[in-house]
Design a protein around this ligand. Structure first.
Ligand code: SF4
Ligand code: SF4
Length: 159
């Protein structure tokens, strides 16, 4: 018979979560699952489930959630779950807070780090290479304009 590893509940993780979410509404989650039905990420991935993410967060399964491999990175931040939740738990805010905790712990996926670095450096998500500029010229397209990155940096508080 297959034995399952025992998991230890760690309620101290809720303090980190409360502070990262800047609120405590997630503690009102009663696991109804209303956030799951219309979740686009859940419709494409069998392993993605916002109700389970809430449960793991409330039980303090930090090692599963704060990781570059965590399922939280499949969330598209569409906010459908927050519209559906009868408890106003705002599951997406919890998932965003978990992503922020990953970034602070240096555990964000490399792709996410590269995209955010690119946004901070150029204001766009993909670096424009000289080859891309050349191809645009050949196609008669105008050069990509420079964005006011200093304003962006002020908004995200990196200045
Ligand atoms: S987050 Fe809201 S909708 Fe989802 S399981 Fe918890 S109470 Fe239900
Ligand atoms: S915000 Fe994320 S968890 Fe919520 S419905 Fe959209 S993809 Fe699913």
């Amino acid at each position: 018979m297959e034995t399952q590893a025992k998991r230890k509940i760690d309620f101290s993780f809720r303090d980190k979560l409360d502070s990262a979410v800047e609120g405590f509404r997630h503690n009102y989650c009663y696991q109804c699952g209303a956030c799951v039905a219309d979740c686009p990420a859940g419709n494409y991935s069998e392993s993605f489930n916002p109700r389970l993410i809430l449960l793991k967060a409330l039980l303090g399964f930090e090692d599963e959630l704060i990781s570059a491999d965590s399922e939280i990175w499949n969330c598209t931040n569409c906010y459908t779950c927050s519209e559906r939740c009868p408890q106003d738990v705002r599951p997406v805010d919890v998932i965003i807070a978990l992503k922020n905790l990953c970034v602070r712990a240096g555990k964000a996926p490399e792709l996410v780090v590269n995209v955010s670095d690119s946004v901070l450096q150029s204001g766009i998500t993909t670096r424009v290479t000289s080859l891309a500029e050349k191809r645009r010229q050949e196609l008669g397209l105008p050069p990509i304009k420079a964005y006011p990155v200093d304003e962006l940096i002020k908004i995200v508080g990196k200045g």
